[in-house]
Design a protein around this ligand. Sequence first.
Ligand SMILES: [Zn+2]
Length: 84
Amino acid sequence: MPTKKCKALLSQLSEYVDGTLDPRLCKVLERHLKTCEDCRVVLNTMRKTIDLYRTVGESQAIPNEVRERLFYRLDLSEYLKKRP
Ligand SMILES: [Zn+2]
């Protein structure tokens, strides 16, 4: 089960994948990913989906719509709402 820490980090995962996350937070996230398989699975799924999207789409950025669909599919929709 994802912990409270997982939830906090997963809400930043899309920024991490986009490369827009604060470098300090990236380090925190990467450290956590080494020890947490749940989060690694989410990250891998997100990366794959984004790769697929970039192959098909023209834009480099992931539209919110795609991101939201992904979070819903992963059953992580609650993380979307937690963003400040
Ligand atoms: Zn985790």
